[in-house]
Design a binder for this molecule. Sequence first.
Ligand SMILES: [Ca+2]
Length: 275
Amino acid sequence: MNKYLHSLIAGLALCIAAGSNISAAPLEITVSSTPSLPLENLVKNGGFEEGMKYWKVLGKPEKAGEEGWKVELSRDAHQGDASLHVCFNGKGGKKTPGVYQSPKVFASPGYAGKRYIISCWVKAGGGTTNVGGAWCGAGGTLGLYSSDWGKSLQAYARTGSTGDKWIKVISKPVNADDWCKAAQISAGLAYTTGEVWVDDIRVTEADVNLSISIKGNPKQVTVEDESGNILLDSGPLAEKSVEYTKDIKAQAGHTYTIKALDKKGEIAKKICTVD
Ligand SMILES: [Ca+2]
């Protein structure tokens, strides 16, 4: 055997040894959610892949020209082949051009007493603002109403200009009180001029319980959301712990990263999008 081949084989043997060392006790992360994922989306055709099916245009479409607004489908989508495209030039009187649908599920048993969120993907051009408050800007709104539409609660997933990039906008949770029997989900522009594309509108329960289990002797476990907020830090775990389990309260619309450190300093990761 020549010298070169000999060192190559020695190197390979080292690689195999190192590899088998790492895989000797890999951490195994599993996550289960209650309610289970994906969550029920109360919006029908929230991605506009079926065109305008289930959606109605707000206001009087026949007056769109004179009021300076436009509501149409676009092929510029965050996902799939279609999205909603809304423009408003500010010259007319229409303040909230867009579309809406009125799901009836809140009148059914099992929906009251829980919190809900609305999320959507939004691309808004320059000139779109939301300086007037949460209800202003580009995106979507979830309104919960009493059966006579006299009382209401709102959740807003709205933003100003996104610099012509698609971003995900998530509302704060709103609690569906016992009197919430009707709902309206709307999308488009509110109290701003400009141009917006909206796609993948979701209204789901806001609160989920994530049951995290890590097998293989973890040394430390953390859970953080997409903004780096730490929801859980186990701190150093006892040497003899072979399985780590923990339930955490998470919120719909967000993406959580579970990291587990093993005794050799290797980090196992699992990403869980609650949607
Ligand atoms: Ca779509």
